[in-house]
Write a protein that binds this ligand. Sequence first.
Ligand SMILES: C[S@@+](CC[C@H](N)C(=O)[O-])C[C@H]1O[C@@H](n2cnc3c(N)ncnc32)[C@H](O)[C@@H]1O
Length: 364
Amino acid sequence: MPTAPITDTVISPDAHEKWLEAFNATWANRHRIFQSCAPPPWWAPGLALTAEIRQNYEKYLPVAEYLQDLATLVLPRLPHPSWLPVVLKRSLALSYVGAAGLPASLPDLWSLLPPRFAGRLSWADGDLLPLACAIAAPLKFGSRTGRYPEQTQYLVEWLRQSNRSLLVVDYGCGTGQGTYEIAALVARSGRPGRVIGVTPEPLEAWMALNRGLPHLDMARPTDPVNKPIAGKSSISITDTPSRATDAGTNDGFAFPVPTSTVPILFAAGDIRNFALSRRADVILCNGLIGGPALNDDRTLKHIWVRIQDQLADNGIFVIGSRFHAGCTPRIERFIAAAERHAFAGAPLAGSCVFQRRPNASLPA
Ligand SMILES: C[S@@+](CC[C@H](N)C(=O)[O-])C[C@H]1O[C@@H](n2cnc3c(N)ncnc32)[C@H](O)[C@@H]1O
């Protein structure tokens, strides 16, 4: 999707504070007008959204305009404009590409956010970075450890039989929990190896690298592994948030992951064009194929070509999905194309694993 040029922002703290005040005043005022003109029901957690509710919100509080305003507020809190969550980038690109890829209304956006952000229109400065993280990694992405137990079992066995130095790539790595899991399996197998997690959202890669979710309260107070990460209102590219234990200053928590000695790299990139320095032995792609972000037949065909190009002979491509039933036909079509691309496929419960046939070349 083409994007509008986003210029880097240089702004003094004073100016940003005034800008934030103006943003809050404008949207509080528009919210008051909404409440005096639009009939209930208004958004509340769990409310089933109808066309009429969406229309009312769009009339008084258009989501595209709100996100555009929010993007300009969030930009100075990020190391580089490229770190803006994809949805905010799209809002800035609106005049170029129309409203494609934006939530249909503010309630649709709120339904993706953790309770602390849902239903709100105005913010304190310290909210902006966690809010950007929440938009980059919506709750529905569901990244967590232990999500694909059937794969773990399979991979333990596959790694045991492998005898080479391994390159593992996790496309669509979210906030990295699954990437840490596979790295721990490689470490357990005793094989040397490296693991790369790839997501188009730089903020997700940053959260994955630092094992911190500034937008979620993940910690159980009694669990020593779940230490709060230091609260930050903005980040720079070299930041690695220190893990403070002062609960008074944190605005996020580290998530627990299996530790491993295998090097892990998290990169902001796209499965459609990410370059590898050598062929991979294992490519994971969970929660992406056939879902909302990757579903048209042409793209899915291109993914097979990419995977064939990027996997070593006998390497494996593992996909899992936890999407609603509506996505099933697309995933089935994708799976059915495996043979044509020289892959032998085998189903696992809820996942599928494909092995690349040696010396396979692309069909004409
Ligand atoms: C539903 S989450 C899945 C997270 C994790 N793999 C899991 O299964 O728990 C989908 C992930 O794919 C990423 N994604 C979306 N489009 C992508 C693309 N074109 N290439 C790589 N990753 C993409 C999203 O940013 C998000 O991190």
